[in-house]
Design a protein. Structure first.
Length: 150
């Protein structure tokens, strides 16, 4: 609640957030005994995410403008509420996920933990050694089309 000197009984106030995010905030305000009571609706990314959380189907995956980054709606499980997570999953040439399930990040803290692990150069070295030890995938022979040459 914000104290107000003089405002009409109902007003709509529209302003842009004072930071570099493309967000517009609409305040539907009423004055009650000199106090401004407002219901704030945030449009933009946060409202889209809130709508997806409310309206999306369990395990539904939404693509983002960042290739390989998806938002996933996770159902309630063992006392944990319904929530959204970020899924990192490489995409094919058509923008579809290349794996059935990618890496799930449930919080910004998890992202920090993964960043710390992945920034260690020993991981790249370990994977290079694993690549050299693992058997090479068998090459599939391409079928030649059965074409009658004229």
């Amino acid at each position: 609640m914000i104290p107000v000197q003089h405002v009409s009984s109902e007003t709509n106030i529209l302003f842009h957030a004072p930071f570099n995010i493309n967000v517009c905030i609409c305040v539907n305000a009423k004055v009650f005994e000199g106090i401004l009571i407002s219901r704030i609706k945030v449009s933009g990314l946060e409202s889209k995410l809130a709508e997806f959380l409310k309206e999306g189907k369990d395990w539904e995956r939404k693509a983002t403008t960042l290739q390989g980054v998806f938002v996933l709606k996770m159902p309630a499980y063992r006392g944990a509420p319904v929530r959204l997570a970020v899924e990192l999953n490489p995409v094919d040439s058509e923008g579809r996920p290349s794996k059935k399930r990618g890496i799930l990040l449930r919080s910004s803290k998890e992202l920090e933990e993964y960043n710390k692990i992945l920034s260690d150069n020993r991981i790249a070295n370990l994977l290079k050694n694993i690549d050299s030890v693992n058997p090479k995938p068998a090459k599939k022979e391409e079928k030649k089309p059965d074409v009658i040459e004229l």
